[in-house]
Design a protein. Structure first.
Lengths: 351, 305
């Protein structure tokens, strides 16, 4: 009897909450835009024109939107790579390095198996990318599981090792005939197919599939339940017969494998070659996105889109306002800062 | 290989180790109060850019050093507002401060790319004046280098021999108990972070104003992350941090020596030796590491509400 009367009540409450949350996020974004404008004005630039530029270059045309999606895809994948281990309480700060190792192994495949047709080569490259990333994440996962070293610090350190290994391989062996810091362009069979004449490539499908898989696994599978149990209380989970250590190693490796997909799709799709220092902090960005969206798949998609919009808008800002590209990081960081500071615009938000 | 080359390598290791030691000491202070600052890289960059900007505008390197220190302190207070007052996650906040530092330093340093600034006077270490001129030029150090080891002792004294340091460490171990005994953990953490920022600023000032004497984007090249690793390596102890930095600089020097002697080893592989070494040391210490880490490191102090 109580059930039917209670259900609609909850629904309206949830609806209100969603609207309030959306309003809060819009206000936060506006606040960060205002702060960014103040910083730009202090530096002698025109803040209003800069803001218009950012929006016009991203949402103003179908080309702009396609570029935002191109920038968004690696962020979604790296965010999933962080979110999966984090459900079991594992902190994977090593996505940057796992992405590099995945890219390295995929590049090795692309440069070695040049005789294969695309339908055989691309799956092979994906598998190699996953293998590289998984190996790089297995190390901290294994060290954590046997109780030696915390995974946070090892994965962070391995990032810097991976960047150096990539540079070593490129400068030492793989560089193209004309360059020293990048490989020759991949053969067409090793490139991910693109859609609609834009730079959007097959990795968009990977990203969406991974998001769906992540959501499905966590919500409807026995593994998801056990993973959430470990995240809640590892010792209680272990005493209930959940193989804690096996999960820790597997989940870290799985996160690494997903990061490897991001690396593979960057070299095989976006760049079409391997470049030293090609990732501009995608791994760290993935960590932030995953954290800001509380590991929620829809949240990951929305936050990634927003972050990608800001970074893509920065490209134009560099041209029109004559500021270094890195300056867009200010707007990005201000938005992150404000979201993390959780300002209370409404009283309801407190409850 | 000549003696001169070896001395040259040692000299450059000292120069590169100095900024690292300042940054590591800063991170030790912060982590002893229970706060991990992953944004150190960005904070160093902002300090370096502001230092170069002020030194370039005023032609006074001392003002530049002070500006760098102040910038580091202010950046850390901004980080502190997030993790102390707003109780945000420390790792995520640190990373967003890192991105903020990337952007802000590029904006500050934009007009100073390639500007050379006035050098600090360099003093000769006592007892070396009898060496030939070629050698003495390698061992002329500015006051930041000379001060760095005493600074480590000063930080050690502050942390382990004063009441202030005792409270700071208590806050890092268990903020609730520190609160119960009448201290204010939030205020203490702000103080620790400000001091940590000043030290990071000194490191950045040494790098930008003394060593390279110019500003380039992303010039710190991962020093911030190395410092975070070295803090663990030195078990959160300022004096062991000296040893940690010595090992790290030794590896750098070794790599330069190999290059100077013509051994063909990729510099990229050698660059990763320190990180691998740190991981190996961490593995070797294994389980007993827990006793040395501040107990509530990385945990948010929720207050008494």
């Amino acid at each position: 009897m109580a059930q039917p009367t209670e259900t609609p009540k909850r629904k309206t409450f949830m609806g209100q909450k969603t609207i309030t949350a959306a309003l809060r996020y819009i206000l936060m974004l506006l606040l960060s835009l205002v702060l960014f404008g103040i910083i730009l004005a202090l530096a002698g630039k025109n803040p209003i024109q800069a803001t218009i530029d950012i929006f016009r270059s991203t949402l103003g045309s179908s080309y702009g939107i396609s570029e935002v999606i191109v920038a968004m895809v690696p962020m979604v994948i790296t965010a999933v790579a962080v979110a999966i281990p984090s459900r079991a309480g594992l902190i994977n700060v090593g996505v940057e390095g796992q992405l590099y190792m995945g890219a390295c192994l995929a590049t090795w495949g692309a440069l070695t198996f040049t005789q294969l047709p695309a339908w055989a080569l691309l799956p092979l490259l994906i598998a190699l990318g996953m293998l590289g990333g998984a190996f790089w994440a297995f190390i901290p996962g294994f060290l954590k599981a046997i109780g030696l070293v915390n995974e946070t610090i090892t994965s962070l350190l391995l990032n810097l090792v991976a960047v150096n290994i990539t540079a070593f391989l490129i400068f030492g062996f793989w560089h193209g005939p004309m360059d020293t810091n990048k490989t020759a362009s991949f053969i067409p069979a090793a490139r991910l197919p693109t859609f609609f004449g834009t730079r959007i490539d097959l990795s968009l499908v990977f990203a969406l599939a991974l998001l769906w898989l992540f959501w499905y696994l966590m919500k409807y599978s026995r593994w998801g339940l056990e993973i959430r149990a470990i995240g809640g209380n590892p010792q209680a989970a272990r005493r209930n017969g959940i193989p804690l250590k096996a999960y820790q190693v597997t989940l870290m490796s799985l996160g690494g494998a997903i990061a490897g997909i991001a690396g593979m799709s960057l070299v095989s799709g976006y760049y079409g070659l391997l470049l030293a220092n090609f990732s501009t902090g995608y791994g760290y960005m993935g960590f932030l996105i995953s954290w800001l969206s509380f590991g929620n798949p829809v949240g990951i998609l929305l936050v990634s889109f927003l972050v990608a919009m800001i970074t893509t808008g920065g490209n134009l800002l560099q041209l029109t306002q004559g500021v270094p590209y890195a300056v867009i990081n200010i707007l990005l960081a201000l938005s992150l800062y404000i979201v993390m500071a959780r300002p209370k615009f409404f009283k309801e938000a407190k409850q | 290989m000549t003696l001169l080359a070896i001395f040259g390598v040692i000299s450059s290791a000292i120069y590169s180790g100095t900024s690292l030691l300042y940054a590591t000491l800063g991170e030790v202070v912060g982590e002893r109060a229970g706060i991990v600052n992953l944004g150190l890289e960005g904070i160093l960059l902002v300090s370096a850019a502001s230092g170069v900007a002020v030194a370039g505008m005023t032609n006074n390197p001392y003002l530049g050093i002070m500006a760098a220190m102040l910038a580091g302190g202010l950046m850390n207070l901004m980080f502190g507002y997030l993790v102390i007052t707003r109780k945000a996650n420390q790792l995520a906040s640190g990373l967003s401060m890192m991105f903020f530092g990337f952007g802000l330093s590029a904006l500050i340093g934009r007009d100073f790319v390639g500007v050379k600034i006035t050098a600090l006077p360099k003093l000769l270490l006592p007892g070396l004046s009898s060496l030939p001129r070629l050698y003495t030029s390698l061992f002329r150090f500015d006051f930041l280098i000379i001060l760095v080891v005493p600074m480590a002792f000063l930080i050690w004294w502050l942390l382990f021999r004063t009441r202030w340091g005792l409270v700071l460490r208590a806050v890092g171990e268990n903020a609730d108990i520190a609160f119960a005994s009448g201290r204010n953990p939030l205020w203490m953490r702000y103080q620790a972070l400000f001091l940590s920022g000043l030290l990071a600023g000194m490191g950045a000032a040494h790098l930008a104003i003394v060593y390279t004497m110019s500003w380039t984007q992303y010039m710190t090249g991962g020093i911030g992350f190395i410092a975070v690793a070295l803090v663990i390596f030195s078990k959160w102890h300022p004096l062991r941090a000296i040893a940690g930095v010595l090992i790290f600089s030794g590896a750098v020097a070794f790599q330069l020596l190999l290059q100077a002697s013509g051994v063909q080893v990729s510099p990229f592989l050698l660059n990763s030796i320190p990180y691998v070494l740190t991981i190996i040391v961490l593995i070797a210490w294994g389980g007993n590491r827990k006793q040395s880490a501040p107990a509530s490191l990385g945990r948010v102090y929720q207050g008494t509400e």
